[in-house]
Design a protein around this ligand. Structure first.
Ligand SMILES: Nc1ncnc2c1ncn2[C@@H]1O[C@H](COP(=O)(O)OP(=O)(O)OP(=O)(O)O)[C@@H](O)[C@H]1O
Ligand SMILES: Cc1cn([C@H]2C[C@H](O)[C@@H](COP(=O)(O)O)O2)c(=O)[nH]c1=O
Length: 219
């Protein structure tokens, strides 16, 4: 059985890491082996990107996070998919399309850099109240220039993710946009499982970049 590549993306503090941990348990309970991972990775290259946003900006940071992405795909994601695992990845291309643009990099360049990056079977974009998300990210600790700024920065970030959901769907990526609202993590996860289940059963298509219709769903 081939693996499935599922990405959870969205603004800082919206709950990506929390939801991935819960989803991993639910997917394993469905009988599939799960591989949890995140970008930037925990390699030297990834940590340079994660903790280096005050030193590296614009084109340089765009190249750093994409180099980390290719290394991640080659050494971690593709082997896990080849072993039949369900890969749950915290942040991926949507983050680049939002944050690198906020950093002044144009979209065409970001797409060109990511030309050889794999298309996930499903990109889930979590959105939620920006004030709450920013407050949670601040409470957990700020390690990136992109986490700074109050509700206004959070609103801009959220708007960009909403736009990127459409952009990815137009590029043929299967995208699911989920508004967290007042939901508890377990409620979010239960709804997301309904979107992932068809992929697990093999009734959803695996990753084939050319044969997918563009689509976006919401809950
Ligand atoms: N739906 C929710 N309701 C209330 N609190 C939540 C919810 N989801 C996550 N949290 C809490 O918010 C904080 C941030 O969550 P989490 O680390 O999962 O966010 P994240 O999107 O992965 O953030 P980042 O991208 O900045 O790493 C955590 O303390 C988590 O317990
Ligand atoms: C994947 C990706 C990441 N970044 C930057 C933005 C932040 O500094 C970190 C992510 O922080 P987290 O809260 O620890 O998840 O990485 C980026 O600029 N572009 C990307 O594509």
């Amino acid at each position: 059985m081939t693996g499935r590549f599922v990405v959870v993306d969205g603004p800082s503090g919206v709950g990506k890491t929390t939801v991935i941990a819960l989803l991993a348990d639910l997917v394993e309970a469905e009988g599939r082996e799960v591989h949890r991972t995140k970008e930037p990775t925990h390699t030297r290259l990834g940590e340079t990107a994660r903790y280096g946003t005050d030193d590296y900006r614009g084109l340089t940071l765009a190249c750093l996070v994409t180099a980390d992405r290719y290394h991640h795909l080659e050494t971690d994601v593709r082997p896990a998919l080849a072993a039949g695992k369900v890969v749950l990845c915290d942040r991926y291309l949507a983050t680049s399309l939002v944050l690198q643009r906020l950093d002044g990099v144009d979209g065409d360049f970001i797409w060109a850099l990511n030309r050889y990056a794999d298309r996930p079977d499903l990109t889930i974009i979590l959105t939620g109240d920006p004030t709450r998300a920013r407050a949670r990210a601040a409470a957990r600790g700020i390690h990136s220039r992109f986490h700074r700024g109050g509700p206004e920065a959070g609103r801009r970030e959220r708007e960009r993710y909403d736009q990127v959901a459409v952009e990815l769907a137009e590029a043929g990526f299967p995208v699911h946009l989920h508004e967290v609202g007042e939901q508890k993590p377990a409620e979010v996860t239960a709804e997301l499982l309904l979107r992932i289940r068809p992929l697990l059963a093999g009734t959803g298509s695996g990753q084939t970049p050319t044969d997918r219709a563009a689509r976006i769903s919401e809950s």
